[in-house]
Design a protein around this ligand. Structure first.
Ligand SMILES: Nc1ncnc2c1ncn2[C@@H]1O[C@H](COP(=O)(O)OP(=O)(O)OP(=O)(O)O)[C@@H](O)[C@H]1O
Length: 525
């Protein structure tokens, strides 16, 4: 094969790798840098990418490439001539006096190269911003001839294009993921078809919460959302993000309980290639992905103590070091955390840091459990049935007349998630469009609960369908009266109405007041 044929084949291969559909840069870099070593008089070729005003080695090949080179990073401010080359997007060939005049070499302290060794950088420019540089070094003195410079420039153009493609495809993936996430989570004012927003809620507590969300959304303050499992904490985090100025930036989620302890740190803070076995590429981590936007830390109570100090530092200073790296990264991220465990108890048990708790708890948001916002049950059922109808390809779905009364009696330990599951199963079991009590089969669930509500309380007939004649308030009023009658008006303690209804006594009393149930008049104590 002729030299030209070889070159053509290599270039074809390189173009093919640069256009790789997965935009995995590794094969391109391996092949491309080896190719340079074969064609040009070079002992070290390095790709250095720009990251927060630093040039960070992304790949290195050649007889001088070792681990120290591969982990090297320098502040751009220390190399004005490279900054100039980046501004002009043109190559810079260094001569002996450049090294002598104080700017030094990119690899000073890492490699011991003689003054005047052949050294050149070519900026990687494709798209709006320069992405970094290609640097070429030789152990011996001399400069690069014109033809070599031209060849290396062409290679730099191909590399810059491949980098740009990979970056754009990563951006696209993140945007698609966010769009899907947003679609799933709602977002407020998008019609609210798939979500009952706190603003549209009938429960006073939820409407108050809508107000708190508006207050805090515009600030960068961390928010701690507390609430039992399935109460909608993730949805509230999305609302906070969507209501603030960060809404056009990413909302990134990480579930601290779902990721093994040893991987959580790199997942959150990123990892430098080679930091541990298996870390084959640099990964940015979710904090960097969320830069400018919001990071939702779900199940924060499960975060290992060892990571809590690092998180506290990001909250206080906005800085951290990726795993295996010593370069400090600065980010601007709004943190929204959620938990369904009692963090004060976790502090007592020494599994949660007190200082982190106070930093996160600046603006706490408490989500009430479903049993304390029963006013929302009809609208929630409507919303969830609409969602199910769409998802399962059913027509409009209805609840039969006595279903709401039964749903009100159930204590909903799994909250809205459980309600969604119960309705989903009922929709599958239902003969047609109307869901009956038989389809709900709540008795099986009630049997599994320690705090079971009264099994046989007579409840007055409920409306035909949701939106029918009897209001939920009336259903609740009759049900509470029935329970109070059953327990002779006892509210507190074992066997009292509050226990049977799985409510706090104080909540029951305020509900009775709201519904106009006068205990002293109607019941003996
Ligand atoms: N207001 C709402 N309107 C419609 N669906 C809701 C609402 N709130 C919660 N849901 C649904 O309930 C389920 C649980 O919600 P979410 O995951 O936000 O709860 P969570 O409190 O974060 O739960 P966990 O603590 O277990 O992570 C989801 O399917 C969600 O779509």
């Amino acid at each position: 094969m002729t030299h030209t044929e070889d070159l053509t084949k290599d270039l074809q291969r390189m173009m093919h790798l640069a256009a790789d559909e997965d935009h995995d840069l590794e094969p391109f870099l391996n092949f491309g840098l080896e190719w340079i070593l074969r064609l040009a008089p070079v002992d070290l070729v390095t790709v250095l990418l720009l990251e927060s005003e630093h040039l960070v080695v992304r790949a290195a090949k050649g007889s001088l490439a070792d681990d120290r080179v591969r982990r090297h990073a320098v502040a751009l401010s220390k190399f004005p001539s490279i900054q100039e080359a980046l501004n002009a997007c043109g190559p810079r060939v260094f001569e002996e006096h450049d090294h002598a005049d104080g700017e030094g070499d990119l690899f000073d302290g890492v490699l011991d190269l003689p003054h005047g060794h052949a050294c050149m950088v070519i900026p990687l420019c494709h798209g709006v911003q320069p992405q970094g540089i290609l640097a070429f070094d030789r152990a011996q003195c001399g400069t690069y001839d014109k033809h070599t410079v031209q060849l290396l420039e062409i290679f730099a153009q191909i590399l810059a294009m491949a980098l740009y493609q990979a970056e754009q495809s990563q951006l696209l993936r993140t945007l698609v993921q966010q769009a899907r996430e947003r679609e799933r989570l709602l977002v407020e004012d998008a019609g609210g078809d798939d979500w009952l927003t706190p603003k549209a809620s009938k429960s006073a507590a939820m409407r108050m919460l809508a107000h708190r969300i508006e207050q805090v959304a515009a600030t960068p303050t961390p928010v701690l959302i507390r609430g039992e499992t399935g109460t909608g904490k993730e949805g509230v985090a999305a609302l906070i993000h969507a209501a603030g100025e960060r809404r056009r930036q990413p909302l990134i989620k990480i579930n601290c309980a779902a990721i093994p302890e040893n991987l959580l740190e790199s997942e959150m803070f990123g990892v430098v290639r080679g930091a541990f076995t298996g870390a084959v590429k640099d990964r940015p981590g979710r904090f960097r992905m969320a830069n400018g936007g919001t990071l939702f830390l779900d199940e924060i109570g499960e975060m290992p103590l060892s990571l809590q100090a690092k998180l506290l530092r990001v909250l206080q200073e906005g800085t951290f070091e990726p795993v295996g790296g010593d370069r400090t990264i600065k980010v601007d991220v709004r943190v929204v955390a959620a938990t369904n465990v009692d963090l004060l108890k976790a502090i007592e048990a020494k599994t949660f840091r007190e200082d982190l708790y106070y930093r996160l708890n600046v603006f706490p948001i408490e989500l009430p459990p479903l049993r304390e916002r029963l006013d929302d049950l009809p609208s929630l059922c409507e919303t969830l049935l609409r969602r199910l109808s769409k998802r399962l390809g059913k027509g409009r779905l209805y609840l039969a007349d006595d279903v709401l009364a039964q749903l009100v009696r159930y204590p909903w330990p799994g909250n809205i998630r459980e309600l969604g599951n119960v309705l989903e199963r009922a929709v599958i079991l239902a003969q047609g469009q109307v869901i009956t009590c038989k389809d709900l089969d709540l008795s099986a669930r009630t049997a599994g609960l320690t705090k079971s509500p009264s099994p046989a309380v007579a409840v007055a007939p409920a409306p035909d369908y949701i939106g029918g004649a009897m209001t939920l308030d009336e259903v609740q009023r009759r049900h509470i009266i029935a329970i109070l009658e059953q327990v002779d008006g006892k509210i507190y303690g074992g066997g009292g109405a509050a226990e049977l209804l799985a409510m706090k006594p104080s909540t029951l009393q305020s509900r009775m007041k709201k519904l106009g149930i006068e205990r002293r008049v109607q019941f003996s104590s």
